[in-house]
Design a protein around this ligand. Structure first.
Ligand code: PRT
Ligand code: MG
Length: 225
């Protein structure tokens, strides 16, 4: 049996066409079913429905053989794990080119970011992506106080909680709707296939076949969101 960890929401929606292109159908609709382990049209493959931020953990410890998760989530997971940017036991063979976005710094339209950075002021930065933000501002030599949030980051500059946020941006509509402007593009993000290294050794043939099926599906479906 091979176990694939997925999270509901954005990544799930964009993964379904990839699975289909790889010849795999879910036998139950995860939006309707309360089951957290879903059978697929391939008897030897099942899907685990986990929280997005838990995907790397399941794969790292072997609770799942593979998983699909954002590069953002992978980097933060690795930093929590050992301070690195690549968690032990996690092999990352494939950029699936789905759930594409970027991670950026945004501020209120009336905040003079360039001057604040030039004058060496201490910047208050709110984010869910503490490791990515810390590394980015350290490399620029900008002093920051990081404030960890779990959602609705856009509120932080509007309420005076922070000067800036580090968050995912795709269309930019959310920033615009909240009178925020993007002032730095930190990195591009997309969903990655991650694989447990021990599982790859122990179940070599079926795991390789599945990874190859995903690789082929990316070529066929691979229109970035
Ligand atoms: O809610 P939970 O904590 O369980 O998980 P989650 O919120 O991390 O899951 P989900 O499904 O919302 O997102 C999972 C992954 O999708 C992220 O880790 C990214 O890798 C990827 N992704 C791609 C995005 C976006 N694009 C995106 N635009 N995740 C979130 N957003 C949000 C962004 O945070 C902002 O609030 O959408 C808003 C901006 O969108 P625009 O189009 O207005 O710019
Ligand atoms: Mg969410």
């Amino acid at each position: 049996m091979i176990t694939l960890a997925l999270s509901k929401g954005r990544i799930f929606d964009e993964t379904l066409p990839l699975l289909r292109a790889a010849g795999i159908e879910l036998l139950e609709d995860p939006e309707k079913s309360r089951k957290l382990i879903l059978p697929t049209s391939q008897a030897q493959l099942r899907v685990l429905v986990v929280r997005a931020t838990d995907v790397p953990t399941y794969v790292q410890y072997g609770g799942a053989d593979l998983g699909i998760t954002g590069r953002d989530t992978l980097i933060e997971h690795a930093a929590d794990w050992d301070g690195s940017t690549s968690a032990a036991g996690l092999y990352q063979p494939l950029d699936l080119q789905i759930a594409a976005c970027r991670i950026s710094v945004a501020v209120r339209a009336d905040f003079d970011y360039a001057s604040a950075v030039r004058q060496g002021s201490r910047l208050k930065v709110a984010t869910k992506y503490v490791a990515i933000a810390r590394e980015f501002f350290a490399a620029k030599g900008v002093h920051v106080d990081l404030i960890k949030l779990y959602g609705s980051m856009e509120l932080a500059p509007l309420t005076g909680l922070a000067d800036a946020i580090v968050d995912l941006v795709s269309t930019g509509n959310t920033l615009r709707a909240n009178d925020l402007v993007e002032v730095e593009h930190i990195m591009d993000i997309s969903a990655r296939l991650v694989v447990n290294q021990a599982a790859l050794k122990l179940k070599k043939a079926p795991m390789r076949a599945l990874i190859d099926a995903f690789a082929g599906a990316v070529g066929r479906v691979g229109v970035p969101s």
